[in-house]
Design a protein around this ligand. Sequence first.
Ligand code: AGP
Length: 363
Amino acid sequence: EQAGKGEYDHFMLKEIHEQPTSLAQAIEGRIDTRNDRIALSDFEPGTFDDVESVQFVACGTSYHAALYGSLGLNQAGVRSTALLANEYSVSAPPVDDDTLVIAVTQSGETADTLNALRQATAEGARTLTVTNVVGSTAAREADDALFIRAGPEIGVAATKTFSSQAVMLTLLCQRIAADRQGEPPADLESLLPAVESMPSALDEVLDSSDAAAIARQYDDSQSYFFIGRGLGFPVALEGALKFKEITYEHAEGFASGELKHGPLALVTPDTPVFAIFTGQEDEKTLKNAEEAQTRGAPVVAVCPDEHAAVAVADEHLAIPDTNAKLAGLLANVQLQLVSYHAADLLDRPIDKPRNLAKSVTVE
Ligand code: AGP
């Protein structure tokens, strides 16, 4: 097992560091930044012409990637919603043959997600699976499959698969919007080169991260909060899930605007707040972070060096400046590292957290 980890103490840390490579693998040969600028060439032109609305179904980290995709699709002008697969049987919105149901599942074997996929098929929806495993049940059962090519992920905590899911969903959503609306979304021209630069941006984050020092600084806190707005919201949820999963400490993710609607009551000097800035209404997120700071909470801003939040926050985790559709994914890598180092300080069994399995094949 040690041989498989190479120079790293844990598979999770190895997989965090594999992200520049796994992402380069995911996007290779799939996007065309010249000529007619195609966001995702896996599907024939016009494949998604008839799609009226999209429902994403997924669980856990894959749900956060699905939410990331769904928010991006709404921002590109196509109606969509992300649903927890385990809630789908009791509360699925109606579907018809113009509804595309996208199952997002790293393993392709999650029982809850397979159940939702089967229900959508039975009710007449068109289906597509976004997965890491060729030949998985979800890939075989859906009408179409899109493979994220992240390579095997051994750590129970999903890391590199989340990044690849979110980037592939971003491309897929641009493609759906382009087919559906008969022309590429307005910002596609700047987005595609930014996607191609993601592997080097990820390298930059990994080479210069201060996450270990931040984890040490706040290691005896009572709770850890993560806030973000727009595409920063699913990243806040994912930051908190990763943190609780491997440290066993209490962590919660919120839409930053929700803080004042309840969670602010929990904020004290013992609850660091990680604020994610993606370039989507950042001034509002900064105001929310300051509201937490006023109650004594230390704020860690995850944003580029030249961002206004740096002067306000107590600490800063730097990310390269990039397109607003991708910034959250760079922030997420900083948060993965914070969780990893916090869990390591607590000597947790990082690759195999108690009570959890890599693939949940029971309902
Ligand atoms: C997160 O770190 C977990 N591994 C978990 O939430 C996971 O994302 C979820 O169980 C769904 O798994 P899937 O992607 O294989 O469907």
